[in-house]
Design a protein around this ligand. Structure first.
Ligand code: 5GP
Ligand code: ZN
Length: 114
């Protein structure tokens, strides 16, 4: 997707502070952190949101979550705990329409979320 900001980050057309990368996924610090640690984990493939996931994405989604475990260790939040958030669609609060998981840590999280 030529006008997608996260595709541009994945293709290194826009800079980002990358914390993890492999063939299929990229993780980078959120530009407006909502917690002391706030990383976004995205597939390199342009998938608009969770609502467009297909059967063949099963492995990719599992891969993202295992990578999040490693990234949490790297960020030093593995022991203290963290939150994984996916905002899906308008009422879910999604603003960037390229699938991403927020990894948030470094402070106590509130519940219910806003
Ligand atoms: P959403 O609201 O769609 O769940 O999350 C989008 C997130 O992307 C927001 O937390 C926002 O701060 C972040 N974001 C938007 N544009 C950029 C950017 O150009 N670079 C980075 N690193 N983060 C971005
Ligand atoms: Zn995209």
């Amino acid at each position: 997707m030529s006008d997608c900001i996260f595709c541009k980050i994945a293709m290194k057309e826009i800079p980002a502070k990358v914390v993890y990368e492999d063939e299929h996924i990229l993780a980078f610090h959120d530009i407006q952190p909502a917690a002391p640690s706030h990383v976004l984990v995205i597939p390199k493939e342009h998938i608009p949101s969770m609502a467009q996931l297909e059967e063949h994405h099963k492995v990719l989604i599992g891969h993202i979550h295992l990578a999040i475990q490693d990234i949490a260790v790297k960020l030093g939040i593995h022991e203290t705990g963290y939150r994984i958030v996916n905002n899906c669609g308008e009422q879910g609060g999604q603003t960037v329409h390229h699938l991403h998981f927020h990894l948030l840590g470094g402070r106590h999280m509130q519940w219910p979320p806003g």
